[in-house]
Design a protein around this ligand. Structure first.
Ligand code: MRU
Length: 348
């Protein structure tokens, strides 16, 4: 088991998060006691990864009653509605954030929760349930992917989708971990993932702890390596999958998928069903987050571009469904045509 926890609740009312901005050099845990602080931590990417930010938002809500135990239910509920809005706006692309807040919001509709302690306990149980289920879901995704991983496999992975991006274990990285734990000889080519280097900093940090062999590559190397060294598959996570299978994920995923298609390399998306948004018909309707310019102009505090260089910094892209071999969920594997098969997944 790795010696870290991406997020944890602490009594009487604290959300503790591993500060991912400082990894791999420093392992620092920050404690937050207000939902505004949690929202800012999500925006600043102290915590990141679609499932993890959903859980952070859920625990962030619990801070409202937890730290006002002698308040009035009516006022606390009004504050909770404000908190839902603030947390929901903290990052726009990952649907898990909205999903978790909607699920938590159902608790507010229960009339029997007529005291602040009852409200707090029920919200906390719901947040714990979301966190626990996330860990279980990841393990199921890993098991469902096993048939697609050869006994000896070279795999390209993009961004960070491991225990840091989830409550524990991971989605795409969870697949790689399951294969490794089952004795398969996996070797990972880790896209460094410009500009925030989630691959080079975070995935490398996790893989070292799991003893899984890997090499970090620059994002632009994947095509060359597919042509020259033989790559068996690519596996990535997702921030939002539309009803037609179009998939929003970390910037660079689309390039990787097109190059995989060109080279006949299967391209899998590891995705909890909480990341599938059946209310969004296609990728065209997914809002793509724009991040600050200094993520591109600087590496850490070092400026790498001339002063006043104009920058475009979309944090995600949409991979059209036609480039995706299959979506691997905790409920099973979904193949094209995704429009029909995703509907079946949610009705079966
Ligand atoms: O900007 P980030 O680091 O939050 O982006 C994360 C990703 O794009 C992940 O691939 C995605 O959230 C899936 S994590 C299980």
């Amino acid at each position: 088991m790795p010696a870290f926890k991406s997020i944890e609740w602490g009594e009487p009312g604290t959300v503790r998060m591993l500060d991912q901005r400082l990894l791999p050099h420093q392992t620092v845990y920050n404690d937050y006691t207000t939902y505004q602080e949690v929202a800012a931590a999500i925006t600043d990417m102290v915590i990141r990864g679609a499932p993890a930010i959903g859980v952070a938002a859920a625990y962030g809500l619990v801070l409202v009653p937890a730290n006002s135990m002698d308040g009035q239910v009516k006022e606390i509920k009004a504050e909770l509605l404000k908190a839902v809005k603030v947390l929901g706006d903290s990052r726009p692309t990952a649907v898990n954030l909205v999903w978790a807040l909607k699920r938590m919001g159902k608790v507010l509709e229960r009339p029997e929760l007529d005291t602040v302690p009852k409200l707090k306990d029920t919200l906390l149980s719901e947040a714990h349930a979301i966190a626990r289920e996330d860990a279980e879901i990841n393990r199921s995704i890993g098991r469902n992917a096993l048939p697609f991983i050869p006994e000896k496999a070279t795999i390209i992975h993009h961004c960070n989708t491991g225990g840091l991006a989830t409550v524990e274990y991971g989605t795409a990285l969870g697949i790689i971990r399951t294969a490794h734990e089952c004795g398969k000889q996996v070797f990972v080519l880790v896209d460094e993932t410009r500009p925030r280097l989630q691959g080079g900093r975070l995935t490398a940090w996790e893989l070292l702890q799991y003893g899984i062999p890997f090499k970090v590559i620059v994002d632009g190397a994947s095509g060359h390596l597919m042509r020259t060294m033989g790559v068996d598959l690519c596996v990535v996570g997702a921030d939002r999958v539309a009803a037609n299978g179009d998939t929003a994920n970390k910037i660079g995923t689309y390039n990787l998928a097109v190059v995989a298609h060109e080279n006949g390399v299967p391209f899998y998306v590891a995705v909890p069903t909480t990341t599938i948004d059946m209310d969004t018909p296609s990728g065209d309707q997914i809002k793509i987050e724009e991040r600050p310019e200094n993520e591109v102009t600087h590496v850490g505090t070092w400026q790498i571009t001339p002063d006043d260089t104009p920058v475009l910094n979309p944090a995600f892209d949409v991979t059209p469904a036609e480039y995706i071999t299959a979506l691997i969920t905790e409920k099973g594997v979904v193949y094209p045509p995704f429009i029909e098969n995703l509907k079946k997944l949610f009705t079966s």
